[in-house]
Design a binder for this molecule. Structure first.
Ligand SMILES: C[S@@+](CC[C@H](N)C(=O)[O-])C[C@H]1O[C@@H](n2cnc3c(N)ncnc32)[C@H](O)[C@@H]1O
Length: 258
């Protein structure tokens, strides 16, 4: 019998959102943001000025991207949108759901970064791609990548890192566990050891993330209307040889806007 899906807590984007810049600082996103900027320029057949970032989080990728583009970000969490507005006052941020939001304007490029892991069903994944397609100018490019995939998933992968310093130090423990490989999601459990001036508080947080084979991504991208080029996304801090499947998707010039 399938293990029934528990409710996620996602406290990192709610009451613990203050910890996001300590756990995952903007400087650590520069390399990937530069990869995205280059891929956007190379993949687009139109000049790119405006970029829509779906699931923009704390605006850490945007912190580098804004040097090259005019950024509009959409995120479900008011707390995260608050962080991104403070970090990037030059950008525009909207609270919204990337499955359903419609901003009533087109962009030269769309980025769907790590927030796509929260699309737990094929319907959600497709809805997110349809949002991207609906906001993309014909000839423009949308990029996204696959962080977890069934063939490379590591059961009980556990990592720990120490972040922050000064008054607040956080030891951040992350565990990935798939209770049922026959469905499309797994659990990521976070434990936060938070020390304020040496005094310890322990918090826990449960996230659910998607686990689709690559063909599910390509089928749903095509169904949304995109032409796809499959490539890979790498990072100097990944273990040797690790890359993620990345999709550089274009909206055919002949397609009407929405
Ligand atoms: C890891 S954070 C993104 C961090 C971001 N890449 C950055 O540069 O700071 C994941 C984000 O996905 C957002 N998210 C999850 N589901 C969403 C949805 N349906 N629509 C929009 N945002 C969503 C969460 O609120 C969270 O801010």
């Amino acid at each position: 019998m399938a293990y029934s899906r528990p409710d996620p807590e996602n406290r990192l984007y709610g009451d613990l959102a203050w910890a996001w810049p300590l756990i995952s600082p903007p400087e650590t996103y520069v390399e990937e943001a530069e990869t995205f900027a280059r891929t956007i320029r190379e993949g687009s057949s139109i000049p790119v000025t405006t970029v829509l970032h779906l699931g923009s989080g704390g605006g850490h990728v945007d912190w580098r991207l804004k040097r090259d583009f005019e950024i509009t970000g959409v995120d479900l969490s008011e707390a995260m949108v608050g962080l991104s507005r403070r970090l990037n006052p030059e950008a525009t941020y909207v609270v919204g759901d990337m499955r359903t939001v419609r901003l009533g304007r087109l962009f030269d490029a769309v980025l769907i970064h790590d927030a796509i892991v929260y699309m737990l069903t094929e319907d959600d994944l497709r809805a997110c791609f349809e949002t991207a397609f609906a906001h993309l100018r014909p000839g423009g490019v949308m990029i996204t990548y696959v962080e977890a995939e069934p063939s490379t998933f590591v059961q009980n992968r556990t990592t720990a890192s120490t972040r922050g310093g000064g008054d607040v130090e956080i030891v951040f423990v992350e565990n990935d566990y798939d209770p049922d490989p026959s469905d499309t999601w797994f659990e990521t459990t976070f434990v936060y050891l938070i020390r304020r001036d040496g005094k310890l508080t322990i918090e826990t947080d449960r996230h659910l993330c998607n686990l689709f084979p690559v063909p599910v991504w390509t089928e749903n991208l095509r169904a949304a209307g995109f032409r796809i080029e499959e490539t890979t996304f790498g990072h100097s801090e990944f273990p040797e040889g690790l890359t993620y499947p990345m999709f550089v998707c274009t909206k055919p010039e002949a397609t009407s806007a929405e």
